[in-house]
Every structure is written in structure tokens, then in C-alpha cells.
Design a protein around this ligand. Structure first.
Ligand code: GAR
Length: 205
């Protein structure tokens, strides 16, 4: 992995799934495109592919679930602070972010959503359900949105979105793959542009 710029923000990635967006961030940092290092990965699922990917790259990776922690969100906050995280990235994280975490990282929690917002967001609108809804609506374009996170699902201010055309004969799965490719190209750029170009006010303690 390339050396981080001395004042680059330190990233944590929260991921519930396979972690292909995490991988895209790891790769962008290794290529030198993303100055910010990924210093911590947390999943609410012990078998998440994201944890395995992190460990393959020697990134500290933790499963935080209800079985082991009476207050999982307090444990998440403790890990974020212990690893001196500056920016929290939700990459396939399917839970609301606790208000204590939002208060500790004001305007420094970002989410990638696999569809246009606000139309295709909200509770239950995640993963394949987003692509099913887009196809059912018959819209010509989909595409990922990156936004700041607040206490409600998919409602924080958008930072960037790209359009991905819906093609004739698309299934939720084919559309999902095309959008996922766009997510991988988008997420590191938004983090770089929003948090790395000028790190004033971004670095935490
Ligand atoms: C991505 O498509 C991401 O946008 C989506 O989950 C997938 C995770 O894939 N997130 C949501 O639906 C959150 N509302 P990955 O684990 O391969 O990065």
C-alpha cells in the first residue's frame, strides 16, 4: 500500500456485505489515486467478505454484533476513536448510524447508495431491492449516489451522483452489476475531492 500523505484523513469503512466497494478504495489507495489510508474495517456480520478482504490487506478488521456486545454502537464508536479515524465510509452498510457516531464525526460520515436519491432510497431500499424498484418504475437511467449521512436512511445531503443507463432486457442483477462498476469508479473520487483536496477541518484529533 502506498504511504499516505501526512495530513490525509484516515478512513474507516463499515460494510455488511462482500466488500467490492471497500476493495475499490483499497485499490485506489494502493495506486496512489486516493491519498487517504483505510485504517479500520467494521462489519455487523462475522462472515462478511469485507472483513476477509481487509485482513488480506493487513487492515484491522472487526465484527461487531449484538451477540458479543450489549451496545454495538458504543463499541463501533470506541473502535473509530481508538484507530484515530477522520472519515467514516458506509460501503454496503445496512444499518442506521447511531447518533453518538454522527455527533463524533459531524459531516464526516458518507454513504454510497446504488440508485438515484431521494426517489429510490429509504428504509428497506438497499442492494437488489433498489434495482428491482428502478426497473419497476421504468425509468431510463439509474446510477449511484454518494451522500453525507444523517440519522435517517439515505436522506443526508448528496455529494455526487452518476447516471447509468438502464438497458433493454436488464434484470435487477445485470443492472446491479453495471451500477456496481460505476460505484467503484465514483466512491474514491468523491472521498478524494471532498475530504482530501483540502484537509483543513477534516483531520480529527
Ligand atoms: C453496493 O451496491 C452499495 O451501494 C449497496 O450495497 C452494495 C454493497 O456491495 N448499499 C446499499 O444498498 C445501502 N443502502 P459491496 O459489499 O460489494 O461493496
Amino acid at each position: 500500500m502506498s504511504s499516505p500523505a501526512p495530513d490525509a484523513p484516515r478512513l474507516a469503512v463499515l460494510a455488511s456485505g462482500g466488500g467490492s466497494n471497500l476493495q475499490a478504495l483499497i485499490d485506489a489507495h494502493a495506486r496512489g489515486d486516493l491519498p487517504a489510508p483505510i485504517v479500520l474495517v467494521i462489519s455487523n456480520r462475522a462472515d462478511a467478505g469485507a472483513l476477509a478482504r481487509a485482513r488480506r490487506h493487513q487492515i484491522p478488521a472487526f465484527h461487531v454484533g449484538r451477540r458479543d456486545h450489549a451496545d454495538p454502537d458504543a463499541r463501533i464508536l470506541e473502535l473509530l476513536q481508538a484507530h484515530r479515524v477522520d472519515v467514516v465510509v458506509l460501503a454496503g452498510w445496512l444499518k442506521l448510524v447511531d447518533p453518538r457516531v454522527l455527533a463524533a464525526f459531524p459531516e464526516r460520515v458518507v454513504n454510497i447508495h446504488p440508485g438515484p436519491l431521494p426517489r429510490f432510497g429509504g428504509k428497506g431500499m438497499h442492494g437488489i431491492h433498489v434495482h428491482e424498484a428502478v426497473l419497476a418504475a421504468g425509468v431510463p437511467c439509474s446510477g449511484p449516489t454518494v451522500h453525507l449521512v444523517n440519522e435517517r436512511y439515505d436522506e443526508g445531503p448528496p455529494l455526487a451522483a452518476v447516471e447509468v443507463p438502464v438497458e433493454a432486457g436488464d434484470t435487477p442483477q445485470t443492472l446491479q452489476q453495471r451500477v456496481l462498476g460505476a460505484e467503484h469508479a465514483l466512491l474514491w473520487r468523491v472521498i478524494r475531492d471532498h475530504f482530501c483536496e483540502s484537509t483543513a477541518g477534516v483531520k480529527g484529533t
